[in-house]
Design a protein around this ligand. Sequence first.
Ligand code: PEP
Length: 256
Amino acid sequence: MAQSLVIGNWKMHGSLSQNQQLIESIAEQMFELDTVKLAVCPPDIYLAQILLELDANELPIALGAQNVCAESPDSGAFTGECSAAMLADLDVSYALVGHSERRQYYAESDATVLAKFQQLIAKNISPVLCLGENLAQREAGDTLAVVKQQLCAVFDAVDIDAMQHSVIAYEPVWAIGTGKTATPAQAQEVHAFIREQIANYSPAAAEQISLLYGGSVKADNAADLFAQADIDGALVGGAALNADQFLKIAKAAESA
Ligand code: PEP
């Protein structure tokens, strides 16, 4: 059975003082987690701060990163990059790959996404592979084909046994940061399709890999999404910057 998981993607937001406030507000409202795992992905420059803050507040929240170097898992002449080994050094458990903002603004191709995915599994960090169609692709009826291509670009090249700890996030681009959420039925259709595709590689992996939905998830729409059979949690952007919203989403996952 797939792990229920809620991951906050802080994107390029925060400061030392804002981050401290956010973690302290989360700590004030934290409840005992039974079935759900939580993670937060701050900008790399704040990973060390958040590692210490989570520890100081005894929060059962894992650390995630938003990106990783594609070229080397260790070190080298790659100015501005941060390797999987460096993330592992800071106890990072998850890292996003293929987020639509990286694909759009940094021209990340499926080949780059695959390279990043491989660097992460080499260092035992769970990649969170983000997939999703844009509005034009949805309107043209190409959603499943786009998602399949993005998925297969990675799954065709990676040993399925190494995939067991990876996570998939279906994030329709038209729903990210727009306030438009896919309906639970729209999201479920794509999630069921993704699970079916994974089952073609390995039925066991299809049951084990967590499939998260992302795209304007909020406290008031989370429960309906999590009620769907193939939605195991959420990748949350904007609402993850608000302790109350983030924990309400976590609670909805806990009661799903
Ligand atoms: C995201 O950044 O992955 C995301 C889903 O953002 P938002 O929740 O703000 O749409």
